[in-house]
Design a protein around this ligand. Sequence first.
Ligand code: SF4
Length: 743
Amino acid sequence: MPTGKVEVKKAICMWCHCHCRVSVHIKDGELVKVDADEELPQGHLLATTVKACPRARAAAEWFHHPDRLNYPLKRMGEKGEGKWQRISWDQALDEIAQKLAELKSTYGPETLAFTMGTYRTHNEYTARFFNLFGSPNLVGGPANVCFCPANVVSAAMYGWPGNQPWLRPGITKCLLLLGANPSESHRLLWYAILATQRAGAKIIVIDPRRTRLAEIADIWLQPRPGTDAALIMSMINVIIAEELYDKEFVERWCHGFDKLVARTRDYTPEKVAEITWLPAEKIKEAARLYATSKPAASFDTMGIEQLPNNAETMQARFILPAITGNLDVRGGDRLSGCNAHVIPDADIELSDKLPPEQKPKMLGADRARLFSWQCYELVRDNMRKVWGLQLVQNAHCHAWAPIAYRAIITDKPYPVRAMISVGSNPMVAHANTKLVYKALKKLDLYVVVDFWMTPSAELADYVLPAASWLERPLIFTLHDTMNVLEVGETAFPPHKPGKYERRTDYDFWRGLGIRLGQEEYWPWQTLEEAYDYRLSPTGYTVREFIDQKGGTERLTSAERKYYETGFGTPTGKVELYSTVLESLGYDPLPRYEEPAETPISDPELAREYPLILITGGRVQPYYHSEHRQIDSLRRKYPHPRIQIHPDKASELGIADGDWVWIETPRGRVKQKCQYFAGIDPGVVHAQHGWWFPEEPGEEPWLHGVWESNANVLTDDDPEHCNQISGGWPLRTGLCKVYKIKTY
Ligand code: SF4
């Protein structure tokens, strides 16, 4: 019986990394709107109240969308034929568990792999299932080109995974942003930056594109894509040569300064100017501004993470705050610690249950060793001495996607016959789509848990409907790396008789685990019960935490905690010279290496493909490959676009708005040309994440995955990826662009 009464639930939005607290307005069981939560601090950067973003405003359209997956589906025809039968959850879980048991007994538990999305769900229960199952193959997927390399390099050098800008308007004097475009990617960071600038902070931006952030910067450095490590090393060179570093901190708290001095000697601004295409004077100016405006905060994001030399760039980038005395000071960079009042993700994962003999079998871990068990255990043990905390496994210990796909195709080093993807769309999200396609087609068992039929789901044997953040409770601690605890409530039950039967990923893993003999490890019947357990040290249940504490607990960070404890590294100091990387067999100091596919390293290829292709940059209102099916958002942004400098476009006979082919040695896709003077004429920027939900799902279409998907173009050759982190080159490859002829 409709009452017309509006009920408001307090939830946490998971549609992007802001993780906003939001109010969900419900009338007669229907979602009416999602609003910014006016009563509570937003996100985890600054306590600011902001308006709901375009995605949140379209929440009702998303939630009630007729294309949402509602019931488990089983493939009936050939893979990719688009023939499905609706089945029950019990049938799906029974059959999947049986097949997994068969494959495990034939090939060993490592035959099962998993791909994850960008924190769309919570992976601690995934890791729990995999550790108990005995497989080390949680494939990081985008993690190698997301925040994870920064987190592990930071953990190795600082003994804490991930420093965060401790932005304080009026206190922060300078902000250095590397490869960040927060006006498109992270609105809370964007507002925090604007507030900090209004209060007088200077801003230095490193980005090959003139983003909105670059436009407001005091200094914008526009390097040749992929040369950031050289640029930062040169800034360090200037800071040392001009004695702008913090001598006391360096003397007492840094390990390997002398070796760093020797290494940076080669990176004079004049020499680096040739590498980066930047004027030497501008490098000096940026180094001086950063080093003399204290406290200075810094932040890197995907523009750096998605470079083929991302690990070395991170090493250099983490040296800057240390030698200038900006580490763990208010207004500078923070080592936040975690919220000790909640049972952490790491304890849920049961990483000690993975048999030791399985760990070295992790695919690719003998090569990209930053994410190996060897690195994980070394970093974890040192970190634990200072922070008393385990390191989250699922964010810091991964199989390597390029090797995993090759293993599926070749059976080397061993057969990988099953894969599960939860909230993950590898056909669009992972590099080299043709290879991913070949691998997914070859699997004996492919299970997808998602909200929609995606191009990847179309290749699955089973597709299961996931509960979204609106249909589940949430605990948010950002993989135990923040001292904030956010708890959100379920706005809608995931089941509605006669309408849909969605389940949380917790229910999925538990259901599978119980069928595979893991009963004793899944004592909590529901996710809310599991979260009640995790909140038990606080003395509250999920319900009580929301009702009585407003759903948020933000602990105060102390400054310079290392005075008491030292750093959680093998030497107890900030390791400018990383003994962790050294023990993994890598260069302990940062250095610049020319990526494998650039006009300098491969001039012959550059004659055919003369432009440098950047991809991976974000665009509102989308989040990576999501939200293309939401009409109100799609109308605002209907087509994929490639940004080309007008001079270059004219030279190529391309008009603004023309459809063009973008071609690399891997393939070609089409996007619409957007004239953009804020990019070097030798560089283009193609959008990622494009598929077309409105196109047929069966082959050959797969929702248009071959048309405009930038990952058809990208390179995942393991030899071209970062040999420390496994990161693949999303921002340095070569391409050509030409107008699509119409007859
Ligand atoms: S999609 Fe919008 S509301 Fe949701 S977390 Fe991101 S910025 Fe916040």
